[in-house]
Ligand binder design. Structure first.
Ligand code: SF4
Length: 232
């Protein structure tokens, strides 16, 4: 540690802080042992076990070129028994550094959006279309998406959410296998392999263009309504 330049040490502390904040947000003040806590159902425990096993099975994946430039593969995180699954496009710089999805500025905005409709990050599971960062945050290319999608599909089969929220056009177009505009996909209930799916803007787009906020608010209220109908 003493050989590290001061900037690197600062960065390390900053990411440790982000990680601990995220764990606090996910699990509250005391971190339960998922495998032994009596508050965790047998179903959640089994899903957590399956997800861990699955994550370990491809932790060194090099199936596409993104494997060569990533620092950390970002598998996904949250409640393995979540009824709401949130899916974004791909990891950014902060996510690549930490190995966790949505921990940067867009992640903080996502946490606030979820909170506004009475979800904590402990309630949901969050993943991306591709698990390694595309260089310069470019869109993932079709061959990368094709290689990575089987992982997400398997993750979805393990979690079995009641509803999916797709963030941004890349996530929505990939999951719905179309090329429709984001605007035309909003406000409707689509399905992904039988699971209802709702589309809204990616939080990174909201950071770039706050004019999308009223539409996003409308979308997430619609999501909450559908969630409440599906999950009783
Ligand atoms: S993006 Fe997906 S397919 Fe490509 S290397 Fe990473 S885990 Fe493997």
């Amino acid at each position: 540690m003493s050989d590290l330049p001061i900037e690197e040490i600062r960065k390390l502390f900053a990411f440790t802080r982000v990680y601990l904040d995220q764990q606090h947000e996910l699990f509250g003040p005391s971190l339960p042992d998922l495998m032994t806590s009596p508050e965790i159902s047998a179903e959640a425990r089994e899903k957590a076990r399956l997800l861990d096993e699955f994550q370990a099975s491809f932790s060194a994946c090099q199936n596409c070129k993104l494997g060569k430039t990533r620092k950390n593969l970002v598998f996904g995180s949250g409640n393995p028994n979540a009824k709401l699954l949130v899916i974004g496009e791909g990891p950014g710089a902060d996510e690549d550094e930490t190995g966790y999805p949505f921990v940067g500025r867009a992640g903080q905005l996502l946490t606030a959006i979820l909170k506004a409709i009475q979800f904590t990050r402990q309630d949901v599971y969050i993943a991306n279309i591709v698990k390694c960062r595309p260089p310069q945050n470019r869109k993932p290319e079709p061959d990368e998406v094709a290689e990575c999608m089987p992982y997400l599909k398997n993750q979805i089969r393990i979690i079995r959410p009641a509803i999916i929220l797709a963030l941004g056009a890349t996530a929505a177009n990939t999951l719905l296998n179309n090329t429709d505009s984001l605007g035309s996909m909003r406000g409707k209930i689509h399905t992904f392999e039988g699971t209802p799916l709702i589309v809204t803007y990616h939080p990174a787009a909201l950071l770039r263009n706050p004019n999308y906020k009223p539409d996003t608010w409308q979308d997430v209220q619609f999501l909450r309504k559908q969630y409440d109908l599906l999950v009783r």
